[in-house]
Design a protein around this ligand. Structure first.
Ligand SMILES: [Zn+2]
Length: 128
C-alpha cells in the first residue's frame, strides 16, 4: 500500500469479482461443533449446515464486503473487481426469477491501510 498526496493505491494479493463474492456468500457452510442448531422437531442439538439465499432485493442495493479475517483481524487485501460498464446483474443470484435484477454502480468506498486506522476514499458517479 502506498500513500502519495491524494493518490492511494492498493497492493492486492489476488483479484476476485463481485460475482465470486456472491457465490461464496451463498455457498452452504457447515456449522462448527460449538455452533450447533436445535432441531425444532426433536429438540436435540445437532450439527447443521446453513445457507444464505436472496429471495428479493431492494431498488437500491449497498454491498458491504467483509474486509477483515475473523481469526487474527488481518485485513483481506484481495482486489474486488466491479463489473464491466458498472452494471451488476444479480438475476442468477435471486431465488425468485420473476424479473431481471440489474443494478447500475453509483459509487465505491475503499478502506486503505491498517485494520485499526487508515483512510476511506469514495469514488462516486457524476451524473452531469
Ligand atoms: Zn430432530
Amino acid at each position: 500500500m502506498a500513500h502519495k498526496g491524494n493518490e492511494l493505491t492498493i497492493k492486492a494479493d489476488k483479484t476476485v469479482s463481485i460475482a465470486d463474492c456472491l457465490t461464496q456468500f451463498k455457498t452452504p457452510e457447515k456449522l462448527s461443533a460449538e455452533d450447533v442448531w436445535r432441531c425444532p422437531a426433536c429438540k436435540h442439538f445437532v450439527e447443521a449446515t446453513k445457507q444464505i439465499e436472496l429471495y428479493r432485493v431492494p431498488p437500491i442495493l449497498i454491498v458491504s464486503l467483509n474486509r477483515f479475517k475473523h481469526q487474527n483481524l488481518a485485513k483481506v487485501t484481495d482486489m474486488v473487481r466491479c463489473p464491466e460498464a458498472g452494471v451488476l446483474d444479480l438475476t442468477d443470484f435471486i431465488i425468485s426469477k420473476d424479473e431481471k435484477c440489474i443494478y447500475d454502480l453509483i459509487g465505491v468506498v475503499n478502506h486503505y491501510e491498517a485494520v485499526h486506522g487508515g483512510h476511506y476514499k469514495a469514488n462516486v458517479k457524476n451524473h452531469e
